[in-house]
Design a protein around this ligand. Structure first.
Ligand SMILES: *Cc1c(COP(=O)(O)O)cnc(C)c1O
Length: 503
C-alpha cells in the first residue's frame, strides 16, 4: 500500500503508522514513560524500598489487570510507578548482590529500536538486514575468541539456553558417531543410560537441568571436585574418567566454567581441552560470566584454552552490561547445527538456502526471536572497545582491592582473597563473635536489604553461610567500598549490642 493519503481507522491511536506524523501517538507514549522513569529516579533512595514481601504483594494484587474500557496510559503508568518503586533499583550503586548488571545507555536506546521495529530473527523475510547484522556480530565474537573459520553461533536468551544447546549438540553428535544413531529422528538410543557429562562441583546448576531435560537425568552429571580456588581439579578429573571407564559408562562431554557464579573462578581451560581431546569428549565452556574477559585489556590471556572449545556460552546481560535478555551460543564446527535444524514449508523451505536467503531459525532452539544483537552492536560502537575493556578491568580491580582491604582488617573471612573476576565471598567475623556466625551474617544481610540500603547476595560455602559482593557496576569505586565495609562493621556492632550476650 503506497497511497499517499491514509484513511483514518478506528485503531490508529494504537499503532505506529506510515507517513508524516505517523509516530505521534508513539512519541506521546514515550514522553509519558520518560516522565515516569524520571519520577521514579527522583524518589529512589537505595537499591530496594525495604517494604515487606506481604506489603509488596498486596500493592500488586490491588492493581486492576485488565479494563473493559481502556484507560489513558498516564493512569496505567501510576501503577507502573508503584511497581518500579517496589522493585529492585539495578542502576543504584549499592545493588551489588547478583550477576545482575546496570544496563548501558546505548543498549537502552537500542531496546527502543528493537521493540518498535520488532524484527524476528527466525526467517529472512521477518528480519532481512537484522539477520545479516546478527550473523556479522556472531562472526566477530567467534573470531575474538579465536574459534577459527568453521565457527558459527546464534544469539540466545541467556546462559541457560546456551548451556542446554551445547549439551544437546554434544549428545546428538556423540550418538551419531558412536552408533550412527540420529537422536533428532529416533529419540534416545537404548544405550543412553550409560551417557555421562563431567563438570566441576562449582559449575552452574543448568548443567544438571540440561541433562534432565535432555533425557539423560541429573545423575548423568558427574561432579569433579575443585581446588582451593574453586577451579576444577585436574587430578580428580583424571580419576573420575578412570572410574567411569572402569564402570563401562560413556562420558561424552566435559563442561569447563569460565567464571563460576559464586566466585568467578576460571577452570584450567587449556588443560581441560587437552583432557577432552585425549578422551574424545565434547568440550563445552560455560563463559556466561567470564566470557567478558574477551574485552579486557589486562586479563584477556586468562581465557587461554577457550579457543579449543567445541562450544561456548557467553552472556551479554552480565559483564557486557546489556539489558536482559542477551546471550550467545558459539560453535566451533558449524556443521553440528544440523542436529537441530528443521525445515518448515511456511518458514524456511530448503530451496531458500540455494537462493542465499539465510534463516537463523536453523541454528536456534527458539523460533520467534528478538533482535538482541542490535543492543550489543550499538553498545560496542558507542562505548568503544577501549572503554569497554577499561570498565571490565576497573570492576576486577575494585574486587581485588576490596578483598585485600577486608582481609587486612582481620574482621572478615574472605574465601576468594584474590578474586579472578569481580565477585567477593566473605563474612563478618569480629573477635567478639563466639558462635552463631551464620545467623549473625544473615541478620546483616537482611537488615541491609530491608533497610533499603544495600543489596548483597547470600551463598553457602562448605555448609556455612557467606555474603557476596558482585561488583558489576563500573561506577562503584574503592571509596564506595570502604564506606560500605565500614557500614557493615557498624551494623554488625549494633546488632551485637542489641542482641549481644553470646549464649
Ligand atoms: C548466569 C549463569 C548462567 C545462566 O545464564 P542465564 O543468562 O541466567 O540463563 C549459566 N552459567 C553461569 C556460569 C552463569 O553465571
Amino acid at each position: 500500500m503506497t497511497t499517499a493519503i491514509h484513511p483514518k481507522t478506528k485503531f490508529d491511536d494504537l499503532f505506529i503508522k506510515e507517513g508524516l506524523n505517523g509516530q505521534d501517538a508513539y512519541f506521546q507514549a514515550i514522553d509519558q514513560t520518560k516522565k515516569l522513569i524520571s519520577d521514579v529516579s527522583a524518589q529512589t533512595r537505595g537499591p530496594f524500598c525495604g517494604e515487606t514481601p506481604q506489603m509488596i504483594q498486596r500493592a500488586v494484587k490491588e492493581m486492576k489487570l485488565a479494563a473493559e474500557k481502556g484507560q489513558p496510559l498516564e493512569t496505567v503508568l501510576e501503577d507502573v510507578e508503584t511497581l518500579l518503586l517496589h522493585g529492585i533499583q539495578v542502576n543504584h550503586k549499592a545493588c551489588i548482590g547478583h550477576l545482575h548488571c546496570p544496563p548501558l545507555i546505548p543498549a537502552l536506546a537500542a531496546e527502543m529500536v528493537i521493540s518498535a521495529a520488532n524484527q524476528s530473527l527466525d526467517s529472512w523475510d521477518q528480519s532481512s538486514s537484522a539477520t545479516y547484522l546478527e550473523q556479522e556480530l556472531i562472526n566477530w565474537i567467534c573470531s575474538r575468541l579465536g574459534l577459527g573459520n568453521t565457527a558459527d553461533g546464534t544469539f540466545t536468551s541467556g546462559g541457560t539456553q546456551s548451556n542446554y544447546m551445547g549439551l544437546l549438540l554434544a549428545r546428538d553428535s556423540f550418538c551419531q558417531q558412536q552408533w550412527n544413531w540420529n537422536v533428532q529422528k529416533k529419540g534416545l538410543p537404548p544405550e543412553a543410560s550409560r551417557l555421562r557429562i563431567l563438570c566441576s562441583e562449582a559449575a552452574h546448576f543448568t548443567v544438571k537441568k540440561s541433562a534432565s531435560q535432555l533425557g539423560l537425568g541429573e545423575d548423568a552429571v558427574i561432579q569433579v571436585s575443585t581446588d582451593c580456588h574453586q577451579r576444577m581439579s585436574l587430578g580428580d578429573l583424571k580419576e573420575k574418567l578412570r572410574i567411569l571407564k572402569a564402570d563401562n559408562l560413556l562420558p561424552f562431554a566435559l563442561v569447563g566454567t569460565c567464571g563460576t557464579t559464586d566466585f568467578g573462578s576460571i577452570d584450567p581451560l587449556d588443560q581441560m581441552a587437552e583432557a577432552a581431546k585425549e578422551n574424545s569428549l565434547w568440550f563445552h565452556v560455560d563463559a556466561a560470566y567470564g566470557g567478558a574477559l574477551m574485552l579486557s585489556h589486562n586479563d584477556v590471556h586468562r581465557l587461554k584454552g577457550i579457543e579449543r572449545a567445541d562450544s561456548i556460552t557467553a552472556d551479554f546481560h552480565k559483564l557486557f552490561f546489556q539489558p536482559i535478555s542477551c546471550g550467545a551460543f558459539l560453535l566451533k564446527d558449524r556443521r553440528h547445527f544440523q542436529h537441530i535444524s528443521y525445515h518448515a514449508d511456511y518458514l524456511n523451505p530448503e530451496q531458500d538456502d540455494e537462493e542465499g536467503l539465510i534463516h537463523l531459525v536453523n541454528k536456534s532452539v527458539q523460533t520467534t526471536r528478538r533482535f538482541d544483537a542490535l543492543k550489543l552492536f550499538m553498545s560496542l560502537r558507542t562505548v568503544g572497545l577501549e572503554r569497554f575493556g577499561d570498565m571490565i578491568d576497573h570492576t576486577i580491580q575494585v574486587a581485588r582491592e576490596t578483598a585485600q582491604l577486608m582481609q587486612e582488617s582481620r574482621l572478615f573471612t574472605v574465601i576468594n582473597g584474590e578474586p579472578e573476576l569481580n565477585a567477593v565471598v566473605f563474612r563478618y567475623e569480629p573477635p567478639f563473635l563466639k558462635n552463631n556466625c551464620d545467623a549473625f551474617n544473615k541478620q546483616i544481610h537482611s537488615e541491609l536489604l530491608h533497610g533499603g540500603r544495600v543489596l548483597l547476595a547470600k551463598t553457602v560455602y562448605e555448609g556455612e553461610l557467606y555474603l557476596k559482593f558482585t561488583l558489576l557496576n563500573p561506577r562503584v569505586t574503592m571509596e564506595d567500598m570502604k564506606k560500605l565495609i565500614a557500614d557493615i562493621v557498624e551494623l554488625g556492632d549494633n546488632i551485637h549490642r542489641r542482641e549481644g550476650k553470646p549464649s
